[in-house]
Design a binder for this molecule. Structure first.
Ligand code: ADE
Length: 238
């Protein structure tokens, strides 16, 4: 982990466009995301879509053409915001979190963590004008088969999954590589002190000091857990 005084090379910049930018304050202002920003590894900039809104009331949405319930984000504020950003720098991708996108996976997080500049466009209300999706968005991503009220939480999920992979972002450089899904297996159980707590004991092998035996035990545990909980991950391997 880089110390506060160390200045790292900026590895990624993520621009998030949202109609509710205050959603991001607490998460970006805490934990690994904050430390990665302070260390200069990653820069996350949130843009208020209402700054590009139309008219006196800075309108960003409107009723769907052809009728229907709910409001749709209008194209003009989004085009204006993204055009302003792309005048300043070149972006690798414009991501759009949506339940009908491609499922977000560790592989996708790995791939995106190697990009330099990303935009994440958060939809809200019922959706976003299709012309935005057709002409600006390069990748549509779902974080799961359920519907959230907007793209803000998925944008944070994607940002967190990317930034924690950056070299130096988390304490132990090995720990991100050992994560569930990186290895193709779910994580092994972990224990810390005390060795005995209320009659519950840490498995003997972990106290043995025999590193080969410990590694074999962990692999076995990870494999067994994967077999029971996510056999689909084992099928993918074959
Ligand atoms: N927006 C609303 N629900 C979502 C989901 N499940 N994944 C990504 N974006 C979303």
């Amino acid at each position: 982990m880089l110390r506060r005084s160390q200045v790292a090379k900026l590895l990624i910049r993520i621009d998030i466009i949202s109609g509710v930018p205050q959603t991001f304050e607490s998460v970006l202002g805490a934990s690994i995301l904050k430390r990665a920003a302070e260390a200069g590894l990653a820069e996350v900039v949130v843009h208020n879509l209402h700054d590009y809104g139309l008219g006196r009331y800075k309108q960003v949405d409107d009723a769907p053409c052809g009728g229907g319930a709910g409001m749709i984000l209008r194209p003009e504020p989004i085009f204006d915001c993204i055009e302003k950003l792309t005048e300043e720098r070149e972006y690798d991708e414009v991501l759009f979190p949506t339940p009908d996108g491609a499922m977000f996976t560790q592989g996708m997080a790995n791939e995106l963590s190697m990009k330099k500049n990303l935009i994440i466009l958060c939809g809200h209300y019922r959706g976003v004008d299709q012309r935005v999706r057709d002409h600006l968005v390069t990748r549509e991503i779902s974080i799961g088969d359920y519907v959230l009220t907007g793209g803000e939480l998925p944008a944070l999920v994607i940002t967190d999954a990317i930034i924690r992979l950056l070299p130096g972002a988390i304490g132990d450089s090995e720990s991100a590589l050992g994560d569930s899904f990186q290895t193709g297996l779910l994580d092994t159980p972990w224990y810390t002190k005390p060795a005995e707590y209320r009659g519950m004991n840490v498995p003997e092998v972990l106290l043995s000091g025999d590193h080969a035996k410990i590694a074999a035990w962990r692999e076995e545990q990870a494999f067994e857990k994967t077999k029971v909980r996510r056999p689909d991950l084992l099928d993918e391997e074959m």
